[in-house]
Design a protein around this ligand. Structure first.
Ligand SMILES: [Zn+2]
Length: 280
């Protein structure tokens, strides 16, 4: 069995065929799907997807790309939701210094407040980190949560080791399927296997076999369909049933069997997100 540790199954992209997408994932051997929230307004959608599909488990949090329209009352709502729902984790939360129009102080305020909520509840966190690994590590050292996952990890070996020291696993997905992603592939091949979990980040981060030819810089800049910080319109919709093929890529990079990858990454996901054991 595989665990998709990051999949936005509540996203509007799945409104037309969510049941088929969930069914295809189950059929492909993806037994558990972690569904993170991005803002208070979608806590309800995440909760209802997780009620409807027993393979789905919720995390609640405010994504750094959504803090601009967040209010402090949303933090109270998050705290209440965490107490009431006992979610798998707080997430996805973090820092994103990729886009120009951003408010770093505001992102740090919400990130830190949510780390405190996770710490107080004894919950792990799901991290979104773009061009901000060192500031995220600094906050994690200040507010010790019981580990979590650095989703779509794209840093250095030393940064990977720092996350591991703080009790985190590193999420690998579609990014490592691109031959030109040499740094991510090198890490996926050589980091200790017990540091790695798998994810699709569907509907985003389509793997190499689903992606159209690389867009030109001009096309990227012109796209206004940026969701979760990425230009969705430029790639085919990713789905959680792609996880076995992503696992196959990891097995190939490491020179081990898919079975070994499945066993290790599922054990790693359960170790860092103990709530998974409640239903599996
Ligand atoms: Zn995400």
């Amino acid at each position: 069995m595989l665990v998709d540790t990051h999949c936005h199954l509540d996203a509007a992209e799945f409104d037309a065929d969510r049941a088929e997408v969930a069914e295809a994932a189950a059929h492909a051997g993806v037994g558990l799907i972690v569904v993170p929230s991005v803002e208070r307004a979608n806590f309800g959608a995440v909760a209802s997807v997780c009620r409807e599909y027993s393979c789905c488990l919720a995390a609640y949090g405010i994504h750094p790309m959504y803090v601009e329209r967040a209010r402090e009352a949303d933090l109270d709502a998050l705290r209440e939701t965490v107490v009431r729902e006992h979610p798998l984790a707080v997430g996805e939360i973090g820092l994103d210094r990729f886009v120009d129009s951003r408010d770093d102080a505001r992102q740090e305020f919400y990130f830190n407040a949510q780390l405190q909520i996770a710490r107080d509840a004894g919950l792990p966190v799901l991290l979104h980190v773009r061009r901000a690994i060192d500031p995220v590590l600094k906050q994690l050292r200040r507010c010790r949560v019981p580990g979590g996952i650095a989703h779509a990890f794209n840093g250095s070996r030393q940064q990977a080791e720092e996350f591991v020291k703080l009790g985190f696993k590193l999420g690998f997905g579609g990014g490592m399927t691109f031959p030109r992603a040499s740094r991510i592939r090198e890490l996926a091949a050589t980091l200790p296997l017990d540091a790695i979990v798998l994810e699709t980040d569907a509907p985003d981060m389509s793997p190499e076999w689903m992606a159209p030819p690389a867009p030109s810089a001009a096309a990227g800049a012109a796209s206004d369909a940026v969701v979760d910080g990425r230009p969705r319109a430029l790639a085919a919709r990713n789905t959680p049933d792609q996880l076995p093929r992503i696992a196959h890529t990891l097995a190939g990079l490491r020179g081990i069997t898919v079975q070994a990858v499945a066993e290790a990454t599922t054990a790693n996901a359960t170790a860092v997100l103990p709530g998974l054991a409640r239903i599996h």
